[in-house]
Design a protein around this ligand. Structure first.
Ligand code: AMP
Length: 382
């Protein structure tokens, strides 16, 4: 069913109810135009939107436990095509004829990232995160990819949509790249480039990671600063920057990942009203205590990430509980300089941990300073 619906002209995978309404009422379409889209309120459902003269009617299509689809209780169909064929003939049951598929305008084109699930084969489980399992897979039999298999049971649909939207709009060499999504039916797949050496924290604490020398560590710091300056320019707050959310490629390039918590800033500071589990040891005090997240709280986390990098993946504030950490921070305690960390990098770390967010450097400045230290190191001046 997935492949059939994907190539059908009436299936619009990436649009909202409001966009469906705008499209169907546009001059390109006449009464009787219809489309089917994934439901915004139910992960397993779809919506049928039909133009009736000057308004649009929406019908919910539900999925029965055995995968059958129905618009009215008791009338089950094996696929969306079968359901549509039935209601085209028996349109009086929904009081609106289904005459022709909606004509898309250029502005609301089909979602270019949506791919049929059958194009992907999952081969090896790589790990597990908040949203579900991550698998190494092959796309079309040849392209290595990472596939995040979303567990829908304890996930809010709105969170997933935001993660996907954030991934789509952010493109940079130092950010993990989205390849495709499979959002028709379940489970939803988010397909990204595969990073052969996994997450930076685990990699650094492996025997291969522990053998890396200072220029490599500084290289990681510079690359993450690059990715984060791009996010800063785009006014995006990551909110969960940590070595576990940076991925390492076979060539030791690294990229910032996991935008599950990223949100586009409305003003300068994003202050969510509802509580959530936060990684306290990575989180700036104003964010941990008052949930005030900003680019400057990301800068604090970057300082902790630098500590992880120069300790080869050690856990910060080892032996302290979250509560003790927050207490110590408020009394002015800061992590010590790791043995291999150059003094000038430690100066930057401490600046990232200034109590007042405005006093912390920007990522643009951090990137510049780290690159300068890196260059000097390569010239043998440090
Ligand atoms: P996440 O749910 O994004 O936190 O991912 C969980 C774990 O899966 C990570 O800590 C990595 O070890 C692994 N992982 C996630 N994405 C990728 C990827 N694109 N390439 C390789 N490994 C990944």
């Amino acid at each position: 069913m997935t492949i059939v619906s994907w190539i059908c002209s009436w299936f619009f995978s990436g649009i909202s109810r409001t966009q469906a309404q705008q499209l169907l009422l546009s001059p390109a379409n006449a009464p009787g135009a219809f489309l089917i889209r994934p439901s915004e309120s139910s992960i397993r459902g779809y919506s049928l939107s039909v133009r009736a003269q000057a308004k649009v009617c929406h019908y919910r299509i539900c999925m029965a436990p055995n995968g059958s689809l129905y618009l009215q209780e008791g009338r089950l169909f094996p696929s969306l095509d079968a359901l549509l064929a039935y209601y085209k003939t028996n349109w009086k049951l929904i009081q609106n004829p289904l005459l022709q598929p909606c004509i898309p305008q250029m502005a609301v084109a089909q979602d270019e990232w949506e791919r049929p699930r059958s194009e992907f084969v999952l081969r090896r489980k790589l790990g597990e995160g908040f949203f579900g399992e991550v698998w190494e897979g092959l796309w079309l039999g040849s392209i290595p990819v990472a596939v995040k298999v979303i567990k829908s049971a304890d996930m809010k649909l709105a969170d997933l949509t935001k993660e996907i939207e954030a991934l789509k709009s952010l493109r940079h060499e130092r950010l993990i790249r989205l390849h495709a999504i499979c959002s028709l039916g379940e489970p939803v797949y988010i397909v990204t480039e595969l990073m052969g050496k996994g997450n930076l924290q685990v990699y650094l604490s492996s025997s291969e990671g522990k053998a890396l020398s200072l220029p490599h560590l500084l290289g990681f710091a510079c690359q993450v600063a690059e990715g984060m300056s791009y996010l800063e320019e785009r006014r995006v707050v990551h909110r969960d920057l940590a070595a576990r959310n940076v991925l390492v490629g076979d060539d030791l390039t690294c990229k910032v990942a996991d935008f599950g918590l990223a949100r586009l800033l409305k003003d300068d500071v994003y202050s969510p009203s509802s509580g959530s589990k936060i990684p306290v040891k990575w989180t700036a005090p104003e964010a941990a205590n008052y949930r005030v997240f900003s680019q400057k709280s990301d800068v604090w986390s970057f300082g902790i990430l630098l500590y992880e990098v120069f300790t080869y993946g050690q856990c910060p504030y080892e032996g302290m509980t979250n509560h003790e950490t927050l207490q110590q921070i408020s009394r002015g305690y800061r992590l010590p300089r790791p043995a291999v960390c150059p003094a000038e990098v430690y100066v930057l770390m401490v600046e990232c941990w200034k109590g007042s967010p405005e006093e912390r450097p920007t990522f643009a400045i951090l990137r510049e300073k780290l690159n300068a230290i890196n260059r000097r190191l390569h010239l043998g001046l440090t």
